[in-house]
Design a binder for this molecule. Structure first.
Ligand code: FAD
Ligand code: EPU
Length: 335
């Protein structure tokens, strides 16, 4: 069997090969796919925008391509909207804007698919998917049954959910339901750079469409477009530190941006530490960090997954040496 290139299927645009690639367009195909896979290794793929292939993948890539967006319930205050796992995330955001439904506008332009959104509880500009999540359905390959998960069952946290932990690799998300608001006062405008951008344009009472456009402007100014420069967004998570450790770190580095978390921990800015360690905009061979955002590792053209991973490890080492904080990848590193 000829090897299949995964370069078109990952936003870093690194070369890696697999022996089997199957596209799932309907959830009823999954039991048959799992039977065909038998005991071979497999990997679930959406848009490949949070993946780094360091090596070839010796097995099956199961690409979730289930389409369809629907309004399932509609009343005066809210609407329940469902979307197939393969729907492009921003297409869902645009659907919500077209129907004047609020809740997704801060999450505009996040690359990837609807099915992947609950996995790391995607978030941006003060909103996480958990804030609008209603329920999801998926197929568990252990008992070969479909199951529903409500919000509580997903154990959402910062860039975290049960699907990254207990159910990692076992659970194929096929469809997600969102509860979207019809109340204009539900806008979340507190995130620093969003707030500043709105103020700069003199917008005091924005519509959801204006919030979406402003988020788009802020994103374009900071994040590289994967169609131009290969990347996977933030490569690392912002570290969440116990309060005492954070207080001590902040005593030494008072300018380190930080955010208290509901858990009592304090989240600190990985980008700031990486920039202070001298990595922002640095080019190392075919890879490096983006000139406008230190948290984004980039492929300048012909980088291998291994080159990018080695660069990530240099950054981890240097930040740990300077700040005593160990960065953890947000990106799924496939080794
Ligand atoms: P993939 O990369 O294909 O997969 C990600 C993980 O989910 C893998 O573990 C995969 O196995 C699993 N998975 C995918 N689909 C399914 C499914 N249907 N069922 C079960 N498991 C599945 N993220 C943010 O949170 N906020 C941001 O602001 C943000 N900005 C970004 C900006 C850029 C330029 C880029 C390139 C990425 C950014 N990201 C951001 C990361 C990325 O967009 C998200 O992680 C997104 O949810 C990935 O979707 P995907 O479909 O590409 O998933
Ligand atoms: N900063 C620096 N140097 C930089 C970039 C940022 O010091 O090069 C500082 C800024 O001054 C700011 C702080 O870091 O005070 C936060 O920056 P930003 O608003 O860009 O947010 P972030 O914490 O770096 C997170 C998410 C992004 C998300 C933005 C907006 C993580 C790991 N990343 O980045 O998500 O878009 O907030 O909400 O939480 C992703 O997950 O892939 C991603 C892009």
């Amino acid at each position: 069997m000829d090897p299949i290139s995964l370069k078109p299927f990952n936003s870093f645009h690194v070369e890696a090969y697999t022996s089997r690639l199957v596209h799932v367009h309907h959830e009823e195909e999954l039991p048959g796919v799992l039977t065909a896979i038998a005991d071979d290794p497999y990997l679930i793929l959406g848009g490949g925008s949070n993946m780094l292939f360091v090596n070839n993948f010796p097995g099956w890539i199961v690409r979730m391509a289930i389409p369809g967006i629907q309004i399932e319930e509609d009343n005066e205050d809210f609407a329940i909207v469902s979307a197939g796992a393969g729907v492009v995330w921003h297409d869902l955001v645009q659907f919500a804007l077209q129907h004047d439904l609020g809740g997704l506008e801060n999450l505009s332009l996040i690359p990837g698919t609807v099915g992947a959104a609950p996995i790391q509880n995607i978030g941006a500009y003060g909103v996480e998917v958990a804030d609008v999540f209603h329920r999801l359905r998926g197929y568990d390959c252990r008992d070969r049954q479909f199951h529903f998960f409500d919000k509580e069952g997903c154990h959402f946290g910062y860039r975290d959910s049960i699907f990254k932990r207990k159910l990692r690799t076992d659970f194929f998300i096929t469809k997600v339901w969102f509860k979207l608001s019809k109340a204009p006062h539900a806008l979340k405008l507190n995130y620093g750079s969003l707030n500043e951008a709105l103020a700069k344009e003199g917008i005091t009472h924005p519509t959801i469409r204006q919030v979406s456009e402003m988020v788009g402007k802020v994103r374009v100014s900071k994040l590289p477009d994967p169609s131009q420069i290969g990347n996977a967004g933030s490569f690392f998570k912002n570290p969440e530190l116990p309060r005492e450790a954070a207080v001590e770190l902040l005593a030494h580095h008072p300018n380190l941006p930080n955010w208290p978390m509901p858990s009592g921990q304090i989240k600190v800015s990985a980008a700031w530490m990486i920039e202070q360690a001298g990595w922002k905009g640095k080019v190392v061979g075919n890879t490096g960090t983006y000139q406008h955002h230190a948290l984004v590792l980039v492929n300048h053209g012909n980088a291998t997954g291994n080159e990018i991973w080695e660069h990530a490890q240099r950054i981890i080492g240097s930040v740990e040496h300077q700040f005593g904080v160990r960065l953890e990848p947000e990106v799924n590193v496939i080794r």
